[in-house]
Ligand binder design. Structure first.
Ligand SMILES: [Zn+2]
Length: 55
């Protein structure tokens, strides 16, 4: 599924407009996807530590 939702940097409104905010004309960004959660960061860190152990 393609994530179409954008979030305005200025007024924090969600929009489907890909280029600019239809409310204030501000810049829109892709909201943080759930996969970049702190839990995943720790999982990657643990994996890296495990790799180091095998050296
Ligand atoms: Zn806006």
């Amino acid at each position: 599924m393609v994530w179409l939702l954008r979030k305005c940097e200025k007024c924090k409104m969600y929009t489907l407009d890909q280029e600019k905010c239809p409310y204030c004309g501000g810049e829109v960004r892709i909201p943080h996807p759930a996969k970049f959660s702190p839990e995943d960061k720790y999982a990657n860190y643990r994996r890296a530590m495990k790799m180091a152990d095998y050296r």
